[in-house]
Design a protein around this ligand. Structure first.
Ligand code: ADP
Ligand code: ASP
Ligand code: MG
Length: 436
């Protein structure tokens, strides 16, 4: 402890950090060793370090599948008991590996800290984090390795935070501990102008605003869980997205860790910190979309309430909505989107309310995806949407639904054109870099 403190004083660089490692970063013992070396580099630089880990890549999917296989309809409390298990394994394994490297470490499950959540199993929100145990770990010079994705909800039951929730665990912990930075280590080396799996011309961004990252994430860029970005924005947590696949002991990384050169990755930060703001920062896509059209709905007051009320009561999120203008003022068509996974449920809810709503028939289409262009520059510039429509029209891609916000334009298209659309828009907005 004294040694570490001294190291911090000598380098003038003691910081408090939360480091989060995702599923591919802890996929096996070899990868966990690399993770431990990244942690050790930060500890050696004199920093106070807490770590959040995900489950090994594929584990959570396997656990979810087992729940479904056991019973398609199951109690969400038991789902959480099962799917939270992956993070227990990796937190213990990383603590073992760190100790073996001479870095004192201890694993922590959500209930042990505790991280208190709401009782909404499968999608719980963090309400409070007690920091005493973490503060004590820092004081003892011990790395706390926290199981991500989980907390403790009503009746002392384990609750999970929704898929990708370890990001939120990390940012929440960073906020509670007043950390200087939250590093999200993943399998890409930063946030790109679009998913690098979609085009080799995607470019890495040095910085991105909280607002843009929030839109990117909520429109499908899964590099950060949406809720983690909202939380970072509210609590002003500096989030750095970076790669766990870099050599942990590379001299340039050691230099950056010690504050002697710029850090790698993408910093998510306030708009004021970004000098050159592009008009469009990024393009996101989501295949998790489905469209429902109600044909010949009465064009009269109360119809929307009759449709969307039951969906809301069933806890379903409706995203885009369009209502056609009726020809004679009596009948109209109404289209809306829900997540693909909820298509059957939404359909059942609407069909159950058919008499109340009064429509002729329902058309469901699960073969659609949503493409969004995002950028804070849109606030002060016009023509962004027009450029999008032109680029898609030039490729003969039909737009089913459009929605906009202050810094985003989204369109719903046939799923088969997803890649083509993303690439066309990436080029149209001048985002293309050199092909990787
Ligand atoms: P982890 O397991 O570390 O949490 P995820 O798979 O959840 O990692 O997120 C990382 C992935 O996010 C990348 O492999 C990449 O394909 C995807 N991704 C989507 N959009 C973007 C983007 N704009 N920039 C970077 N990565 C993106
Ligand atoms: N293991 C969880 C999931 O796969 C949480 C996470 O990785 O962030 O969703
Ligand atoms: Mg993730």
């Amino acid at each position: 402890m004294v040694q570490r403190w001294l190291a911090g004083v000598l380098t003038g660089h003691m910081a408090r950090l939360v480091l989060k490692f995702g599923g591919t970063s802890v996929a096996d013992i070899k990868r966990i060793r690399v993770v431990a070396a990244h942690v050790k580099r930060e500890v050696d630089a004199g920093n106070e370090v807490a770590v959040v880990v995900s489950a090994m890549a594929g584990t959570t999917n396997q656990l979810v599948d087992w729940c479904k296989e056991a019973a398609p309809l199951h109690d969400a409390r038991e789902y959480d008991a099962v799917v939270s298990a992956g993070e227990q394994i990796t937190s213990g394994l990383l603590a073992i590996t760190l100790s073996d490297m001479g870095v004192p470490a201890r694993s922590w499950l959500g209930w042990q800290i505790p991280i208190r959540t709401t009782g909404v199993h499968g999608a719980a929100r963090i309400e409070a984090i007690e920091t005493d145990a973490m503060e004590q770990a820092f004081a003892e010079g011990r790395v706390a390795v926290v199981a991500g994705f989980q907390g403790i909800g009503e009746n002392n039951r384990i609750a999970t935070l929704g898929r990708g929730g370890s990001d939120t665990s990390a940012v929440a912990l960073a906020a509670a501990l007043n950390a200087d930075r939250c590093d999200i280590y993943t399998d890409v080396d930063g946030v790109y102008t679009t998913d690098p799996r979609m085009t080799p011309r995607a470019r890495k961004l040095g910085k991105i605003t909280y607002e843009e990252m929030l839109e990117m994430a909520s429109q499908g860029a899964k590099v950060l869980q949406t809720r983690s970005v909202g939380m970072a924005m509210t609590h002003q947590v500096r989030v750095l997205v970076r790669s766990s696949f870099d050599d942990p002991d590379a001299p340039e990384l050691v230099a950056a860790t010690n504050g002697n050169s710029d850090l790698p990755g993408t910093l998510v930060c306030d708009e004021e910190e970004i000098v050159e703001q592009e008009l469009v920062t990024g393009i996101a896509y989501s295949r998790d979309e489905a469209k429902i059209t109600l044909v010949k709905v009465a064009d009269k007051p109360g119809v929307s309430a009759a449709i969307f009320g039951p969906l809301a009561d069933a806890g379903m999120n409706v995203d885009m909505i369009v209502q056609n203008v009726s020809e004679d003022g009596s009948m109209t068509d109404l289209t809306f989107t829900v997540s693909h996974a909820e298509l059957d449920k939404a359909r059942a809810v609407i069909e159950a309310a058919k008499d109340e709503i009064g429509y002729q028939h329902l058309i469901a289409d699960g073969d659609v995806s949503k493409i969004s262009v995002i950028g804070v520059g849109m606030r002060s510039h016009t023509g962004v949407a027009q450029k999008m429509f032109r680029a898609l029209a030039d490729r003969n891609i039909n737009i089913h639904v459009i929605s906009t916000s202050e810094i985003k334009v989204s369109v719903l298209i046939d799923a088969e054109y997803t890649e083509l659309a993303v690439r066309a828009l990436h080029t149209a907005y001048g985002l293309d870099g050199e092909a990787a």
